[in-house]
Design a protein around this ligand. Structure first.
Ligand code: FES
Ligand code: FES
Length: 166
């Protein structure tokens, strides 16, 4: 076992983990943050995406021990539990960007990272290209693309949104 210390959703966390523990296992099994999903064994689906130091990362592809000192944001930390949804979450709700919701946490955090990198005016082609690493079995993607374009615009000028995307 080895100790890893990191920040998760704004809180300092120290855990004793088997060195083979993946970030997604640390989140789901040690910290009980089950909003981060596992949809494949092959690093393809993107259901497990979280932000690590502000950048989208497939949490099934990184060892927890590699993240000593890192700042991790999972879907649970995107908006305050007693406050309004993050603008990207609200855009998914408004635009029916989900059905079963399994892919949704990864989609939303991927979208937040996309806004950080490419700004608030995103065309459909850019969004579709950027979603290459996120699979959805339900929606056909059309409403996800609409939701991300709307969410990106809504994040402009939003203090909470800007902070999450930093
Ligand atoms: Fe990580 Fe599918 S569970 S990419
Ligand atoms: Fe079901 Fe995307 S909403 S997998």
């Amino acid at each position: 076992m080895a100790a890893v210390s990191l920040t998760v959703n704004g809180k300092s966390v120290t855990a004793e983990v088997d060195p083979r523990t993946l970030l997604v296992q640390l989140l789901r099994e040690h910290l009980r943050l089950t909003g981060t999903h596992v949809g494949c064994d092959t690093s393809q689906c993107g259901a497990c995406v979280v932000l690590v130091n502000g950048k989208a990362v497939k949490s099934c592809t990184v060892l927890a021990l590699q993240l000593d000192g890192a700042d991790v944001l999972s879907i649970e930390g995107l908006a305050p539990s007693d406050g309004p949804l993050h603008p990207m979450q609200e855009a998914f709700r408004e635009n029916h960007g989900l059905q079963c919701g399994y892919c949704t946490p990864g989609m939303i955090l991927t979208a937040v990272d996309l806004v950080r990198r490419k700004g608030h005016e995103l065309d459909d082609r850019t969004i579709r290209e950027e979603l290459e690493g996120n699979l959805c079995r339900c929606t056909g993607y059309h409403n996800i693309v609409k939701a991300i374009a709307a969410g990106a615009r809504a994040m402009q000028g939003s203090g909470a949104a800007t902070k999450a995307a930093e």
